[in-house]
Design a protein around this ligand. Structure first.
Ligand code: AMP
Length: 540
């Protein structure tokens, strides 16, 4: 039977309206160099209206893709709402992509306008000649000399407009946002999000049993706004009226610690590599981080040592989460179930270091090589597959979709085990597992164990070709800079031997200065594999 309920469309418009109507006094703070820009949700709403009027005058039509090339700041937030709420699609461009991939994405999405931070103009100038569909570049901040064609100033553009805008009636299945995946070899793949997906994800993210966002939170998305819509936090914060803190281009540990202290941040979110540096800084003392109630860590595995370290040393609980660009992005969170509070410390940390249970809204299963569902025994490995209302049905105009979806499920490419409590543990990306003889070795397990050594800052494990075993693991380690005596390989082997069988141990350990990072700050195994492809293992 149809028509039982009101025809209420789940779009970003009610999210925007709620932030403005109920929380006009709440603040949005953005860091620019040594100064903070501050305004309220009321100011924000007025400027979003001005932006929507300006876009209309520029001839933006429903469904047009509008690119952003920007750090996390209040203007980027205005685009997050102004563009989709007037009917177009906000396409966040990853500013750390190599030029050829950036050009590919803009051309593939057919972006009509690109809004760019003034500090990032030189990066965009390098590819502008190859961008086929862009009619205007709108520069945010002071405009200097540039070779970009057809430039406009953001402040001039919106300053000329009225704050009143007649928001059009939208369908919840209309496109609202767009993001390309960063981890793939070959060209990035596009995920186009509907209003409905973002609306439902906003509700899902806000539940107490997921991240439990509230009006009382001071939310600092350190995860870039071009990485899977900053994990949905800007939408949820606006809906609930949480104070927002944007770090801008300032992501150094000192900047983050300073913002946490001065703005009294309660909830921060980002990939693990960001927090390693913060951990080292906080150990030196001098910062008050007592306001933090949770730090969401995802994008790569949060090592257990990090989860324990932040909690025991600084009283900062880490909430480990797993998600994907294709999933708007939240999939699982590792909250404890109530009865686990009674469990011994060791077991509780072991649960929290897993990627967690499916959030309400997401269903998941593991599928083995024969296409059968794996048992939830915490041992059997399979590919993680997911389905739910905020997971894309196909990549945007991309024939690679064919292999990525199966009977209504999305194949994540992550190899997992699922334990009897339903907690998922990522063993590896399919392509990162080490195939040694007939056995698989998890690089994630080894990395987490190595990073538990107090002298280790970063560690990555990759497969290296081996004449007898096909592949064997090689560990690449970065030690802390302040060590009195250098860390020896033997110390790492001694520690690993307590936990792993001999055949699982890396065949060698090399020390380097820094692990290369991907455009969203994850350890870049592609680069490491290329760097060490001819590495001669002592066992080979
Ligand atoms: P992206 O969409 O670029 O963020 O990449 C998604 C991929 O990141 C997933 O398929 C996982 O391989 C990885 N990932 C995300 N969160 C986690 C996590 N908490 N632990 C381990 N891997 C993760």
């Amino acid at each position: 039977m149809k028509g039982l309920m009101m025809d209420y469309q789940l779009t970003l418009q009610p999210i925007l309206q709620r932030g403005y109507r109920l929380f006009p006094k709440k603040e949005i703070a953005s860091k620019f160099g040594d100064t903070m820009h501050r305004y309220t949700y009321a100011d924000f709403y007025g400027r979003v209206g001005q932006l929507a009027n300006a876009l209309t005058k520029l001839g933006v039509n429903k469904g047009d893709r509008i690119g952003t090339f920007a750090w996390n700041s209040y203007r980027h937030l205005e685009l997050y709402f102004g563009v989709p709420c007037m009917g177009a699609v906000v396409h966040t461009l990853n500013l750390r992509l190599p030029p050829d991939q950036l050009a590919y994405i803009v051309n593939h999405a057919e972006d009509q306008i690109i809004f760019v931070d003034n500090s990032l103009v030189p990066l965009l100038e390098r590819v502008a000649g190859e961008l086929k569909t862009v009619k205007h570049y709108v520069i945010m901040g002071d405009v200097a000399e540039t070779s970009l064609p057809n430039t406009l100033s953001y402040e001039d553009l919106i300053g000329a407009e009225s704050a009143d805008f007649a928001w059009p009636q939208l369908d919840e299945n209309d496109a609202a946002g767009m993001c390309y995946t960063s981890g793939t070899t070959g060209n990035p793949k596009g995920a186009l999000y509907s209003h409905r997906a973002i609306f439902l994800h906003t509700m899902g993210l806000s539940l107490t049993d997921t991240a439990g966002l509230s009006e009382r939170d001071v939310v600092m998305p350190v995860v870039p706004m071009f990485h899977a819509m900053a994990w949905g936090l800007p939408f949820a914060a606006t809906y609930l009226g949480s104070k927002l803190v944007f770090p801008g281009a300032h992501m150094q540990p000192q900047d983050l610690a300073g913002l946490i202290q001065d703005e009294r941040v309660t909830l921060a979110a980002g990939v693990p590599s960001l927090w390693f540096g913060l951990q080292t800084l906080l150990e030196q003392g001098g910062y008050d981080t007592s306001s933090v109630r949770a730090m969401i860590v995802g994008g790569s595995a949060a090592p257990r040592s990090m989860i324990e370290g932040f909690e025991k040393n600084f009283g900062i609980p880490i909430l480990h989460a797993w998600g994907m660009t294709e999933m708007t992005p939240l999939g699982t969170v590792a909250n404890l179930k109530s009865y686990m509070d009674e469990w011994p410390d060791d077991e509780r940390y072991a649960v929290r270091a897993k990627q967690g249970i499916a959030v309400p809204g997401v269903e998941l299963r593991g599928i083995d090589e024969n296409g059968d569902e794996i048992p939830w025994d915490g041992k059997t490995m399979g590919e993680l597959q997911v389905r739910g209302p905020w997971i894309i049905r196909a990549y945007y105009q991309d024939e690679r979709s064919e292999n990525a979806f199966m009977n209504g499920w999305f194949r994540t490419g992550d190899v997992v085990t699922i334990d009897p409590e339903g907690y998922v543990q990522i063993v590896d990306r399919t392509k990162d597992l080490v195939k040694s003889g007939g056995e698989w070795i998890s690089t994630v397990d080894l990395e987490n164990a190595i990073m538990a050594h107090p002298d280790v800052l970063e560690a990555s494990v990759i497969a290296v070709p081996h004449p007898k075993w096909v592949e064997r693991p090689l560990a690449i380690v970065v030690t802390r800079p302040d060590l009195d005596t250098p860390l020896e390989k033997e110390a790492i082997y001694a520690m690993l031997s307590a936990e792993f069988a001999k055949w699982q141990l890396p065949d060698d350990i090399v020390f380097i200065d820094e692990i290369p990072k991907t455009s969203v700050g994850k350890f870049d195994k592609k680069v490491l594999r290329a760097q060490f492809q001819d590495y001669k293992l002592p066992t080979a």
